[in-house]
Write a protein that binds this ligand. Structure first.
Ligand SMILES: [Zn+2]
Length: 279
């Protein structure tokens, strides 16, 4: 079967966008086609290299927990990721384009596209590296194995670790009153333990220099294979899993338009507190 070399598109542009396109053409002297091809390349070409995040971990620490971005919008930036929900109402796991919420009772359930998040990190997952791990490694040894698969600790990486675990320990924050920070919310978090369980770890590695923006090092969430339970991962012991790593050298940060984000004091250093509550 031969594929066409070109595709000719006929699209209806909103008037405002058409005006902007005309202005750009005048500004740069490019053809309309060239501008549109460039825009599509930027949208689709970099997509599989980009980590997208809304808000920052320091904003959560400062209590900016009102949901801003909808799941529908978040899904346009990635099919894989983690985060939380409006008012820190549980732990978010996005896997294969479906978003799940693990509430403080430990149960996972799918959420509507209209649900909002104050903080999330996502990417379009594509495995660059893959390795099987079938030793009874604890979380630290498992992550040491992951570290050998990272060509650099100075870029983001998405991690998908899937299979059977002897043991998994998670937590889920409970919905908070407005402007309660993550540190206080995590103080009374319910903890859950799973034995001999199948499931998937959804995680990111964040470079140390991005402290304040995301959790430096590994941030892992877990969901069972039947998508019924999970949470923010605290500990595990591997039985037989596949580690998949997606290298993501591009980073896009969207900042919420909420008043509490815009007025938060984001100059404070929460590194020690974040290390304590996120591990
Ligand atoms: Zn988490």
């Amino acid at each position: 079967m031969t594929r066409p070399q070109h595709l000719t598109l006929r699209v209806h542009l909103p008037a405002a966008l058409a005006r902007q396109l005309g202005a750009r053409r005048k500004q740069t002297g490019q053809s309309l086609s060239a501008i549109i091809v460039q825009a599509l390349e930027r949208l689709l070409g970099d997509e599989d290299q980009t980590v997208f995040q809304t808000s920052t971990v320091n904003a959560l620490m400062e209590g900016a927990s009102t949901g801003d971005m909808t799941m529908g919008e978040l899904k346009t930036h990635g099919d894989f990721g983690l985060g939380t929900f409006d008012g820190l109402d549980g732990e978010m796991i996005e896997l294969d384009g479906k978003v799940f919420q693990v509430r403080a009772d430990g149960h996972a359930h799918p959420v509507e596209d209209s649900t909002r998040t104050p903080f999330a990190t996502v990417s379009f997952f594509k495995a660059d590296e893959s390795a099987r791990l079938d030793r009874p490694y604890g979380q630290a040894e498992m992550l040491a194995t992951v570290a050998t698969m990272l060509p650099s600790q100075n870029i983001f990486h998405a991690l998908r670790i899937e299979g059977r675990f002897d043991y998994v320990k998670t937590r889920a924050v409970a919905k908070q009153d407005k402007s309660v920070g993550l540190e206080q919310a995590a103080r009374e978090e319910p903890v859950f333990e799973f034995h001999d369980v199948e499931g998937t770890i959804v995680g990111f590695f964040t470079p140390d220099y991005l402290r304040g923006v995301n959790v430096p090092g590994y941030h892992l969430h877990f969901i069972t294979a039947d998508r019924s339970a999970g949470g923010h991962m605290l500990d595990c012991r591997v039985a037989d899993v596949t580690i998949k790593i997606h290298h993501t050298p591009e980073f896009e940060l969207g900042t919420p338009g909420t008043e509490e984000f815009l007025k938060a004091d984001l100059s404070r250093d929460h590194t020690a507190a974040i290390a304590k509550i996120e591990r």
